[in-house]
Unconditional design. Structure first.
Length: 159
């Protein structure tokens, strides 16, 4: 890593000297570049935050229309985990309530484990404690719901 940093500094410091030598040599030998004639590579579409919001919004709209996560995944030809991630976005904002996606019995099991989750604790350690009956997504949804509660509580205190 240090070598790369040193190279970068040297390139930045001496690069213009090399460029001048190359330009001079090219001029003396009547060399030209054909870079302008080269076909450009396929341009990658830049994903914007708006595009991400739109795909999440599509999942949210389908959910509000009464479709299950599995149905939305089929309709949109996306993975179930992707749809769950989209909906977690809306749980964090209070637009979807946790009980709309996670059964009450599971909420009761998950909640004590995420209530005082420290940064060092991982979702995996919670999952191991809860077993196969609880999914990683259900834990993430509960964490999102707790985040919404904290945000809401802070907003209420400010008012």
């Amino acid at each position: 890593m240090i070598a790369a940093g040193v190279f970068f500094l040297q390139a930045k410091q001496y690069g213009y000297l090399f460029l001048e030598v190359i330009k001079e040599y090219s001029s003396e030998h009547n060399l030209t570049s054909s870079v302008a004639d080269k076909q450009p590579k396929r341009e990658r579409k830049q994903k914007s935050e708006t595009a991400k919001e739109d795909t999440k919004n599509s999942s949210y709209t389908l959910f509000r229309e009464g479709n299950s996560v599995e149905e939305i995944a089929k309709l949109r030809n996306l993975a179930i985990g992707t749809i769950e991630g989209h909906l977690i976005f809306y749980i964090k904002r209070g637009m979807i309530l946790i009980h709309e996606l996670v059964e009450r019995e599971k909420i009761v099991l998950i909640e004590p484990h995420v209530e005082h989750l420290e940064n060092s604790a991982s979702i995996t350690s919670i999952k191991e404690k809860l077993g196969d009956n609880i999914s990683f997504s259900e834990i993430r949804m509960m964490l999102a719901a707790k985040e919404w509660e904290r945000t809401k509580d802070e907003t209420d205190k400010e008012d």
